[in-house]
Design a protein around this ligand. Structure first.
Ligand code: URA
Ligand code: SF4
Length: 196
């Protein structure tokens, strides 16, 4: 039996596999196009996300919407998820064991959606896929890396949109990095065709 995206979303909402479930109002599995070419992966739900059960709906989410609009993308075109599906207390960083406990959900989402580009938002998300890199050096550069399902995925690290809210100089960097995505997507599609 194949696991559908809806099954995964339902499982996250009921999950008690790590202590983060104790403080949640709602699990936040993720949302968007089930056949998205691009998946954006953040860290974990904040207060607004926990209250609404939807990813990136607070201030950082508004900026992500803006970033998407600069390259003519809408939330409905892409899939937006997080490495942990329940809000860490006081928005602290997710612990390695929480990220590990939640990983099967994210992996199942990636297998179901089969995106051709995975955009990681922030250090924790990048670290899950591309360990050992420094975000100050790795942001805005695409990497092919052994991925899910034995395949090669293309990853594209970006800073977390929330950093632009605290430090305006990151705003332009995020806008610049987002600008590359449409070109990158076309390039990957061409390469994938050539590889067949
Ligand atoms: N920050 C995240 O990493 N994810 C969200 O869903 C919201 C804010
Ligand atoms: Fe389950 Fe993930 Fe929530 Fe932990 S964070 S309870 S593993 S859904």
């Amino acid at each position: 039996m194949t696991t559908t995206l809806r099954d995964i979303e339902d499982q996250c909402k009921k999950c008690t596999k790590c202590p983060l479930h104790e403080g949640r109002t709602n699990g936040v599995p993720g949302e968007g196009n089930p056949h998205a070419e691009i998946m954006f992966i953040g860290e974990g739900p904040g207060k607004d996300e926990d209250l609404q059960g939807r990813p990136f709906v607070g201030a950082a989410g508004k900026f992500l919407d803006h970033l998407l609009s600069t390259v003519d993308l809408k939330r409905e075109d892409v899939y937006i998820a997080n490495v942990v599906k329940c809000r860490p207390p006081n928005n602290r960083d997710p612990l390695p064991e929480e990220i590990a406990a939640c990983w099967p959900y994210l992996e199942a989402q990636i297998r179901a959606i089969k995106p051709i580009l995975i955009v990681t938002l922030g250090r924790h998300s990048m670290g899950r896929f591309l360990p050992g890199l420094k975000i100050s050096e790795a942001h805005g550069k695409a990497k092919r890396y052994k991925g899910i399902d034995g395949g090669k995925q293309v990853y594209y690290p970006m800073y977390h949109p929330a950093v632009a809210l605290y430090n305006g100089s990151y705003r332009e960097i995020l806008i610049e990095d987002m600008k590359n995505i449409p070109v990158l997507l076309q390039k990957i599609k061409k390469e994938n065709l050539n590889e067949r």
